[in-house]
Design a protein around this ligand. Sequence first.
Ligand code: GLN
Ligand code: ZN
Length: 772
Amino acid sequence: MVQSSVLGFPRMGKLRDLKKATEAYWADKISRDDLLKEGKRLRLEHWKIQKDAGVDVIPSNDFAFYDQVLDHIQLFGVVPERYTKYGLDPIDEYFALGRGLQKPAQDGKPAIDVPSLEMVKWFDSNYHYVKPTLQDNQVFKLATQPKPVVEFLEAKEAGITTRPVILGPVSFLTLAKADRGQTTDPIDQLEKLLPLYVELLAKLKEAGVEDVQIDEPVLVFDLPAKSKAAFKPAYEKIGSLGNKAPRLVLATYFGDIVHNIDVLPALHSLYGIHVDLVRNPEQLETVIGALGPKQVLSAGVVDGRNIWKTNFKTAIEKVELAIQKLGKDRVIVATSSSLLHVPHTLESEKSLDPEVRDWFSFAVEKASEVVVIAKAVTDGPATVREALEANAKSVQARASSKRTNDPKVKERQAAVTDEMHNRKSPFPTRYAAQTKSINLPLFPTTTIGSFPQTKEIRIQRNRFTKGEITPEEYEKFIEKEIQDVVKIQEELDLDVFVHGEPERNDMVQYFGERLVGYVFTTHAWVQSYGSRCVRPPIIVGDISRPAPMTVKESKYAASISKKPMKGMLTGPITCLRWSFPRDDVHQSVQAQQLALALRDEVVDLEAAGIQVIQVDEPALREGLPLRSGKEREDYLTWAVKAFRLATSGVTDNTQIHSHFCYSEFQDFFHAIAALDADVLSIENSKSDAKLLKVFTNEAYPRHIGPGVYDIHSPRVPSEQEIKDRIEEMLEYLRPDQLWVNPDCGLKTRQWKETKAALTNMVNAAKFYRQKY
Ligand code: GLN
Ligand code: ZN
């Protein structure tokens, strides 16, 4: 029989219960016991959901109070001494690693002040994991009560047999780094770590575990040679336990493993291999061909990364293909990855239009999907006829819906020409025109868009959403906010103003709400890191812009200011990446639709007298495919084209800015340059100014504003610090090329520190203006 399986379940609970509990614990509002109890309640509830759905293979140890990699850091004792020295309770040490800890001295105990470990995006998702940091002489030590064992027993006690999930040794070390001041290459410590895996697996077996899911997602990367070579010794050692260990299913996801297929022979002793057949269905045959003679294939056919209902017909076809080659006993139907990346349940969405609601499937619903598919291929489609028919109907309805297909949008896309991606003139000509029309001093100062989003702003927005104040009242309120920030910018003597974005709840949602083709949920939260969740809007159909989205506010702001007012838009790639995209058309098509909508907005802003327009693309880098080569280049090609299509409709006189929140450009600088933005502002204050070398002279003739101070902290940088920063930048950039601005928007800051920091920034710029 073909089994059904889930690789992991979201932890937050139906109403973000885990977020509420952890935050309450951090604020000392609930006890440690209460927190632990809430974790237990959630685990049990999630196991029950899957059991009731009929899932055969239910995961355990997929739960984490903060992050699953952080769990492993503690499991193997990879905790730097700066955390262990306080002798904290394990859960408090755990949170200290995840989010840092500051505590004054108390009852004879010393003060505590430790920052968190670094957090990094988990593959190309918006989930962040805590990066393990190793010492040169790292001593690994297995926790006395290993969490995977404890949680397995907890489920067993509730009458539910689970398959514990653990992160494999090669991935754990490949995703790790040397602690500061250390030089170790973590993978070199494999031999020391392996005995702990052996010990852990033996303990799991003793506890009654039959199967373990061991995640080795790094197999989808272009692996460093050492990591790749590590698989053989690692799994030989682990395999040496024979039947003293549970059977292992090694899981990969978010990419294909074809380029690392030569690793598979070293994994033949394992019970099974899981691959992502949603992202890379074409790897199926190669992977089947590389399996050991008895090995099982776990076929990831239900998307763990997106919210669309699975197309049962195509999923069943994939599974049938595997069955033909392997037989029913060697195939498992699975989610493509953990369901961590999708919201909890569609049940909670009470106000979604029923037409589109029928197209979605969140974690609870996806658990049922694997069951239906497994049953269809085991007992025949007739046994699940109703489910298959309803699914076919829904898939058909979506494909032919007016909401997904807008002939006008398609017509417009067909009419896009190469020329539409190019500004009228090359940069030197444009720049000459802009110098005349905009008239800026040397070292122009500006900000990135948002000013503090005060409590008052949130209150008024809430009242407006609830209908407690009229649109007119709200508009008046926003105008007043704009007046205030304009006045403040005048006092600060900045050169290019912004309107402050007080009307925006979120830089993607705000635009989504004004575009046709998007829908919004009320409860569809997804964990981003720790207790932080995001609620991405969903792109359901062809995108178009029924009316201007930002012109009113920008025009008003310009009308009351003496200096140039910068229009502020979110770029096509960021709108795409920070939403749930469609899975029925290529992302490049969606990006182009967004670009055309934004192009109209850019042109309308220009017509309204806005001469400087910034199009933010902070998500451009995150979309970069995991492996170098053709796929990555293809992405960059269409992403750059989308940006250029959005911004090239203007005359030479209009200055186009763009903004990014990272400084790692090395691997795709050519794409940044190809955006052809007149001015770029980038996060830079915490990085080495040397990185700016790529922007020197011929390589980058246009203008650039590397952030001169960090906006993530309330700390006010002194004028001298900013001058020092500018001085460093001038080692690599021409004075006439350099803008002076903060790292990013100021919405999370308070006014007090904002004014102080910007005062120092403007003074520093003026100093250099004098000097040159
Ligand atoms: N314009 C946006 C702001 O200032 C940019 C935010 C971002 O880059 N993440 O808030
Ligand atoms: Zn930013």
